[in-house]
Ligand binder design. Structure first.
Ligand SMILES: O=C(O)CCC(=O)C(=O)O
Ligand SMILES: [Fe+2]
Length: 304
């Protein structure tokens, strides 16, 4: 599928200009349904708490990140449907990430679930950029050295269930000056006054970047819940940026991905494409022995 069917040039331009764009109907209801069912099985619709909103903020504060906000997070690969495993590597996401970053090849460096429930935490956070735990340096000057971070909406995401709020780059510059990547406590109210909501129905995605000011917001609907996935791409070979280390968890259900991924999808996890010099008779045979159900015929054929 060509990218233009899933995201318009105007939406891509908006991502560059504002640092964020919501794209509705990116995934169809049929594509989301099995994943919604996985979330229901895994997380249910009620967290710890009585379903009524918590508010732990100090008077006048926007909120802050704290441990309880980060419950109900799992990392790829998931003990769940193939659909849930493969959506992070959806060809439309890969194509969009390539286009946004302006590169030919990208790598998936983050994929996790997140189920939030009214009353399980006060999810209000201060405005921040995500580069703080995605790189040891700072966001680069060019798009290709930064990232595209997607949030995939598995359930409807309204303001009542904690839609992410962001501030467009021009508005950030008006408050913090050009190129600022941290906001002080006293600057938070001015950012708050300019925040935009990323609320949208299930099947939508939000694309933002590691240099985009945003914050999680609290769930206030009675018995509300929010199911989302966070899925991030970087240019292939950008070793400045990282989050998960896929290789560290061989005991997890990798077969759900290996047995269903195309060479381009698997290349996003660091697996060389068919024809790559890595693939010799020895490496092909040993890899096939390690993952017997992975159909490696394209890799064998390209090495002949
Ligand atoms: O889940 C969200 O809406 C945003 C959370 C967030 O920005 C974070 O934890 O860094
Ligand atoms: Fe964040």
């Amino acid at each position: 599928m060509v990218v233009s069917e899933a995201a318009t040039d105007q939406q891509i331009a908006q991502w560059h200009k504002d640092g964020a764009v919501v794209i509705e109907d990116f995934f169809s209801a049929e594509e989301i349904a099995p994943i919604y069912a996985d979330y229901q099985d895994q997380y249910g619709v009620q967290g710890q708490g009585d379903g009524r909103a918590l508010d732990f903020k100090l008077a006048g504060s926007v909120g802050a990140s704290h441990r309880k906000q980060f419950m109900n997070i799992d990392t790829l690969p998931y003990q769940a449907s193939v659909a849930m495993n493969m959506i992070s590597l959806d060809p439309r996401l890969i194509a969009l990430a390539k286009k946004m970053l302006g590169v030919d090849r990208v790598e998936l460096y983050q994929s996790h679930t997140w189920a939030k429930f009214t009353g399980e935490a006060d999810y209000d956070q201060a405005f921040h950029c995500d580069f703080g735990n995605h790189t040891l340096t700072v966001p680069g000057d060019e798009a290709k050295s930064r990232t595209v971070n997607f949030i995939i909406y598995i359930s409807d995401v309204t303001d009542g269930v904690g839609a992410l709020h962001y501030v467009a780059k021009d508005d950030v510059a008006a408050v913090l000056g050009d190129g600022a990547i941290v906001a002080a406590t006293e600057q938070q109210p001015a950012l708050l006054a300019r925040q935009r909501s990323a609320a949208a129905p299930a099947g939508s995605i939000l694309a933002y970047g590691i240099d985009t000011f945003h914050r999680g917001t609290n769930l206030t609907d009675l018995n509300g819940f929010r199911y989302t996935m966070t899925v991030s791409y970087k240019a292939a070979g950008n070793s400045q940026v990282g989050f998960h280390v896929w290789q560290f968890s061989p005991e997890r259900p990798w077969h759900l991905i290996l047995n269903h991924g195309s060479p381009e999808q698997l290349q996003c996890l660091g697996i060389p494409a068919p024809g790559d010099p890595f693939w010799t008779v020895r490496t092909l045979q040993l890899t096939q022995k390690r993952w017997p159900d992975w159909d490696m015929s394209a890799y064998f054929a390209a090495a002949e």
